[in-house]
Ligand binder design. Structure first.
Ligand code: NAG
Ligand code: NAG
Ligand code: NAG
Ligand code: NAG
Length: 329
């Protein structure tokens, strides 16, 4: 019962758009303070522990980002972007840098309002196991239904050429927003012509996942532009000086248990194995009189006599995993 309630609280419709308007969230109370991070107890493994509304981060089974393999489907139509020329705010949110920009994107017969785009390094989504150096998320909310969220994701690859303008347009302004909470104005805004052209030429992968930051609300439509845009080395280095590592760990296959739930079960299994190993050792190596008892629960490895599977030897994957029994000392 409680489980269901918590899950519902994590869906997009119930979350009051937390995570979409990131600045509003960070500034809600007093001076700027980010509410999550990418390290230690503020990091992705503990996001659900930071606030009750973040439960989907640990319990959701359609979480983003994912590895995009051949199972992911292509969008049957292209999103159509309409972004008028405008001055744009550029902000340092500590967890990312963000450009506020208004526009309208039409997709699947519905209109979505572009609110902002922000940056992740390295990329959050992976394609066939590999990641890109940078990923841009263009975040939209439904015009008719604000709880509908569409994220157009752009991937970048290193290039000797100039960066696409969504990158080249922000790098001259980075020096004005080096501290968390700082903001500046980009006069004339950002040129999206390169993005529009890339959307037209590239495959667009589509799936329903979640926000990749707390509260990890689900029901988010991801449209990932498969073919990457360019970023040059100077721009990449300038961005990296401000945007530190900010990529959520790759989530489990869609509709499978949350990877943190899987990890938590694996901890319980490891504890049980250690406990069982300690008991069996104590019984089998029944101490002869005067002898000290052998291995204890502190020994993290498999107990002697237990069955183990070896899938890799000296860094070389084995075609067929070996099944073995740990020799008794
Ligand atoms: C910025 O992020 C760091 C790392 O998560 C954190 O320690 C610090 O408090 C944050 N600063 C602000 C102003 O939010
Ligand atoms: C973008 O839209 C918001 C909300 O409607 C508005 O407050 C803001 O002034 C707009 N920004 C620009 C640059 O038009
Ligand atoms: C870089 O520019 C050259 C010359 O204009 C062009 O041939 C090449 O395709 C460009 N490479 C990328 C990755 O855009
Ligand atoms: C191991 O022994 C301890 C102490 O007797 C006991 O509490 C625990 O349940 C045993 N564990 C297993 C897996 O049998």
């Amino acid at each position: 019962m409680l489980f269901t309630t918590l899950l519902l609280a994590g869906t997009a419709s119930a979350s009051c758009l937390h995570g979409v308007y990131k600045r509003a969230e960070a500034e809600a109370e007093g001076p700027f303070q980010s509410t999550f991070g990418y390290e230690g107890t503020f990091g992705p493994a503990n996001w659900a522990g930071l606030a009750p509304e973040n439960s989907a981060c640990s319990l959701g089974s359609k979480q983003s980002p994912i590895n995009l393999d051949s199972a992911v489907t292509l969008a049957t139509e292209k999103p159509v972007l309409d972004i008028p020329e405008q001055n744009s705010k550029f902000l340092n949110l500590n967890t990312t840098i963000e450009v506020e920009v208004n526009g309208t994107t039409t997709f699947g017969g519905n209109q979505f309002r572009l609110a902002q785009y922000h940056i992740h390094t390295p990329s959050e989504h992976r394609i066939a196991g590999e990641y890109h150096p940078l990923e841009v998320h263009m975040v939209h909310t439904g015009v008719a239904d604000e709880s509908q969220i569409v994220v157009l994701a752009l991937l970048f690859e290193m290039s000797v050429n100039t960066s696409d303008p969504v990158i080249a347009g922000i790098t001259p302004h980075l020096s004005a927003i080096t501290t968390p909470g700082a903001e500046t104005e980009i006069e004339g805004g950002i040129d999206f012509a390169g993005v529009v052209a890339k959307v037209a030429e590239s495959n667009i992968m589509q799936y329903t996942g979640s926000l990749t930051t707390p509260p990890c609300s689900e029901g988010v439509t991801f449209l990932i532009v498969e073919s990457p845009l360019s970023i040059n080395v100077a721009d990449y280095n300038a961005i990296k000086k401000i945007v530190k590592f900010n990529s959520r760990l790759t989530q489990n296959v869609l509709d499978s248990d949350n990877i943190l739930a899987v990890g938590s079960r694996s901890i319980e299994m490891a504890k049980a194995a250690v406990a069982a190993g300690a008991n069996s050792t104590a019984e089998e190596a029944a101490p002869a009189e005067g002898e000290a008892p052998a291995a204890s629960a502190e020994a993290a490895g498999p107990a002697s006599g237990s069955t183990i599977t070896v899938s890799e030897l000296l860094g070389t994957p084995l075609a067929t995993p070996l099944l073995g029994v740990v020799p008794k000392a």
